[in-house]
Structures are given as structure tokens and as C-alpha cells.
Design a protein around this ligand. Structure first.
Ligand code: XMP
Length: 317
């Protein structure tokens, strides 16, 4: 029978004998998978694991600082890289979802390559690949912005010369969470909703600007914090807000407004392949809508997405 303790002991032993005294470099995303994989490798080889956490400017509000802090608390050897402007520059003027994904993937490789080249004598690349990623290594919408599916984007970067180590590639998400809890990784990381590699870039329909990111971060923060405060976060598989490329008429005091519309999305799912929209309480939705419109400048309308997958997808792009 599978238990997380048996898995951890066996995996750490295996990693020790496979990697020996070599150095491993690994990109962290703040998500469950890469965090659990890094913790296992760290348990096996300690400070020979070098982690890189890139701020692509497309993360949730405060996420980079908070997660970087958690990683340091967990004893990981982690370098935080502020690459926001590099990503914004690469995204400038791009509106097509696949073009945005490709640009993000390309810049991620460049940044990661720059960082790994600063380290001497690295032989391995650690990855948080889980079993479902192995079966469908390229998503329906194209390559995901994790390193694993970047093989088909442009030339091979230097770190691709490294041998790959993927300690979670036989596990499902719920097993990864169980292992994470057994390893005492903070619940804020282990219980975290999935978040796409291209981040908020695929939740801002159309072109990306730093201003739009800021607006969406505020909206998303109110929604996610609201779910947590009302005990709804753990009943939802994934949630987020989408900034729509339209404006609508509203009224504020005696003034006519013409401002942005945001959509809220919350789904239940097992693996993201199919998903149902969640029937969040009307009172909750009403409260969150008011809060968003009152507090986020430039937004005067909130809608709730009631489509399931299929035929809709979870993300809008
Ligand atoms: P869809 O929108 O295809 O999303 O129903 C299914 C799951 O995949 C995530 N997703 C991505 N993850 N890179 C990623 O790493 C991507 O390009 C990407 N596109 C979608 C989405 O958030 C959901 O969990």
C-alpha cells in the first residue's frame, strides 16, 4: 500500500544514490509540485540544491515576496530573481494567447539560463513534473510555461544539457499534497489552488501592461481573500479573476463612468481536464462584487462565469 512516509524514505534514498555529490538546479513556481519536489531533493542532497524563483510580474499580489520568504523558512537555498520588466517588455503589444505563452516561455528560459550559468558544475535539473503531466506533456492550449514543455520553443538552452530529475513523476496531485503535508511544507503552499505558468497574462484578455496587472492583482486579491475569509477556499479547486478587454457604462454619484469589467471564476475539478463552475453563495458574490467596485479604481462591473469544462475551458485564454 502507498503511504507518503514510505514514498518519502524510498525517494530520498534513491535521490541520494542517483545524485551523489552533484549539484542540482531547479526552478520554483510557488506551486505545490515544484515546492514538494524541491523539498525531497533538498532532504536528499541539502545545500547542493540551488533553487531559482523568478518574479515574472504576472504573479498574484504579494505572492513573490511571501513565497520567497516561505522557501527561505523551509531552509531551501533559493535565489529570487526580479525579471518583471523583461517579461513586460517581451509581452508588449502581444494579444494572441499563444503568442503570449510563447513569449513568457522564452523569457523564462533566458532568465533561468542566465541564473544557472552563474552556478559552477551543475549536472542536474530538478523538476516538479507529476504523473498527469507525463501523460499529457503538452496541454491542449499549447506548451505550458513550465520548463518541461519548453523543449519545442526555439533552440535548446544550456540547462537542457543537464540530466533531469523528477521525483514526483509517478504521483497524482492529491498524493503530492499528502507528501507535502508529511514533509511539513506550510499549508499556504500545500493547499494552494493550481495557478497557470503564464500567470495573470492569460487572465488579462488582450495586451498586457503593468497597470492592467496591478488592477487584476487587486481584484484577484479581494476575491481569493474573500474565499479564505468565508471558509470557501478549500471547497474550490481553482479560482481567479479575469480582466476583460471591454468597458461598460456605470454611474458613481452623479457621474457617468465608462470603465472595465472583470469576471470571477471558481471551479471544482479533480485534474483540470473537466471542471464544473461552483455555486458560490449569492450573498458572498454580492459582497465581493461591492468590495471590488468600491476599492479597485477603474472597475465598475463584475460578472460571474457560470460555464463548465467542456465546452468552456477553465482559463479564458
Ligand atoms: P484550461 O483553461 O485548459 O486549464 O481548462 C486547465 C488547467 O491548466 C492550467 N493552464 C495552464 N497551466 N500553463 C500552465 O502551466 C499554461 O499555459 C496553462 N493554461 C492553462 C489552468 O490554470 C487549469 O488549472
Amino acid at each position: 500500500d502507498w503511504t507518503s512516509d514510505v514514498f518519502i524514505d524510498a525517494t530520498v534514498e534513491e535521490l541520494k544514490s542517483r545524485i551523489g555529490g552533484d549539484k542540482v538546479v531547479m526552478g520554483l513556481s510557488g506551486g505545490v509540485d515544484s515546492s514538494v519536489a524541491a523539498t525531497l531533493i533538498h532532504k536528499a542532497i541539502g545545500s547542493n540544491l540551488y533553487c531559482v524563483f523568478v518574479d515574472n510580474g504576472l504573479l498574484r499580489k504579494n505572492e513573490f515576496e511571501e513565497v520567497l520568504h516561505s522557501y527561505k523558512d523551509m531552509g531551501l537555498n533559493v535565489i529570487g530573481v526580479d525579471a518583471k520588466q523583461r517579461f513586460y517588455d517581451a509581452l508588449e503589444g502581444l494579444t494572441d494567447p499563444e503568442a503570449k505563452r510563447k513569449a513568457i516561455g522564452r523569457v523564462f528560459i533566458e532568465v533561468f539560463d542566465d541564473e544557472s550559468n552563474k552556478l559552477e558544475g551543475v549536472k542536474w535539473l530538478g523538476q516538479g513534473t507529476i504523473y498527469p503531466d507525463v501523460i499529457e506533456s503538452v496541454s491542449v492550449k499549447g506548451p505550458s510555461a513550465t520548463i518541461k514543455s519548453h523543449h519545442n520553443v526555439g533552440g535548446l538552452p544550456d540547462f537542457m544539457k543537464l540530466s533531469v530529475v523528477e521525483p514526483l513523476n509517478t504521483l497524482f496531485k492529491d498524493e503530492v499534497r499528502e507528501v507535502g503535508r508529511a514533509l511539513e511544507i506550510p499549508e499556504t503552499i500545500v493547499g494552494r489552488h493550481p495557478f497557470p505558468g503564464p500567470g495573470l497574462a492569460i487572465r488579462i484578455l488582450g495586451d498586457i501592461t503593468a497597470d492592467k496587472v496591478k488592477t487584476l492583482q487587486e481584484v484577484d486579491y479581494i476575491f481569493i481573500q474573500g474565499l479564505k475569509d468565508h471558509g470557501l477556499y478549500d471547497q474550490v479547486w481553482q479560482a481567479g479573476a479575469i480582466l476583460l478587454p471591454i468597458q461598460s457604462v456605470g454611474v458613481m454619484g452623479d457621474e457617468r463612468t465608462y470603465e472595465r469589467v472583470v469576471a470571477l471564476r471558481a471551479v471544482g475539478s479533480v485534474d483540470g481536464m473537466t471542471a464544473d463552475w461552483i455555486h458560490l453563495p449569492y450573498e458572498f458574490l454580492g459582497k465581493i462584487s461591492n468590495e471590488i467596485i468600491n476599492r479597485v479604481k477603474g472597475v465598475n462591473r463584475v460578472v460571474y462565469d457560470i460555464s463548465s469544462k467542456p465546452p468552456a475551458t477553465i482559463e479564458w485564454e
